[in-house]
Design a protein around this ligand. Sequence first.
Ligand code: ZN
Ligand code: ZN
Length: 361
Amino acid sequence: MIKTVGYGARAATSRLERMEFERDDPRPEDVVIEVMFTGVCHSDIHQVKNEWANTVYPCVPGHEIVGRVTRTGDKVSRFREGDLVGVGCMIESCRACEPCESGEENYCEGPNGWLATYNGPMVPASGAEGGENTYGRDNTFGGYSSVVVVPEDFVLSIPDGLAPEAAAPILCAGVTTWSPLNHWGIGEGDTVAIVGFGGLGHMALKLAVAMGVEVTVLTTTPEKIEQAKAMGAHAAYIATDKTSLVPLAGSFDLILSTVPDKHEVGPFLDLLKRDASLVVVGNIDIIDGVDNSKLAFHRQSVAGSLIGSIAETQDVLDFCASNGIAPEVEIIDIKDINEAFTRVENGEARYRYVIDMSTLG
Ligand SMILES: [Zn+2]
Ligand SMILES: [Zn+2]
C-alpha cells in the first residue's frame, strides 16, 4: 500500500481537512503519480457539499491533476519514471461498449459508466482486472492528495512548453469547452458566444480565439468585460443587459453556457443563427427557459456535453502547448482551500485556483 496525505471533507457541512489514507500498489497497467498541482473546479465544491445528492464521505476531491510518474506497473508502455503527466475527470471505463470502443469513454454505457477520479463508486469496471474492490473504502479519492494511482490509458502526457500548473485546468475546464467546439464543427470565421466567464468560460475564449473564431463573452461581472477583451474577445457584454443583447439577435453559430449553477437559457436563444445550438457545459440541472416555438422556427437545438474523451484531452493539451495558450491561474496553498472554495462560490476567482501540492507538507 502507498501512504497518501490528502485534504477531504468528512460530511457535507464540514470543512476540508488534512487526512491520511492508503492507495493500492500499482497493478501491472497502473501508473503511480506524485501530485504537483491540482486545479480547483466548481464540481469539487458541488461534490464536497453533496449538491448532487450522491457524495460518499469522506470525500477527497480533485480532477485536474498534474504530477510526475514515480513508478509504473509491468505492462505500462507509454510512461516512465520522471514523466510529467496529467489525470482528468475519469480513471476507468467499461472499455467494451460502443462509445468506449470508438474512443468516447466519457459517454461510456457500461453497467457503471466511467469511473470518476473522485467520488466514483469502488465497483470494478467490467473490463478491469481483479474483479473485486480492493481499496478498502467505498469511493475513489481524487487529486487533493500527494499520490494518485491510475491506469495508463487514463493518464495524459503533458507536452513540453506547458507549465505544470497551467496544464492542470486544461484537464477539466479546457477539455469540457474544447470538446463541444470541435463536436459542433466550430472553426475559422465562425461566431461563438460564451455565457459565464469563469474557469470554463475563459478557457473556452482562449481556445476559440486560437481556432480563428470571433468570440463574444456574456458575463454578469462588469470588471470581466475588459478582462475578456484583453484575452481576445471580439466583444463582451453584461449578460443580463437586454438592450445590449438585442443587436446580437441571430448572430452566433454556437453558444456555450459555462454557468456553474442552474440558470435560464431563454434570453440567449434569440442570439443563435438558424440551425445553431446552445450547449450547456457548466451545469447538469434541468435546463429552464427553453421555448420550443423559438427553437422550431429556426431549427435550433439546446444540447448538453460532458467533459471530453481521453483522446480529446490529449488533443487540447497539445493544442494549448503549440498555440501558447495557458489558463489564468492563481497558485494557492492547500491550507487555504476552504477559503478558496468560498471565493469560487462568490465568483471571485481570476480565473482558476490551482493548489500547489508541495504545501501538503
Ligand atoms: Zn471539473
Ligand atoms: Zn464503456
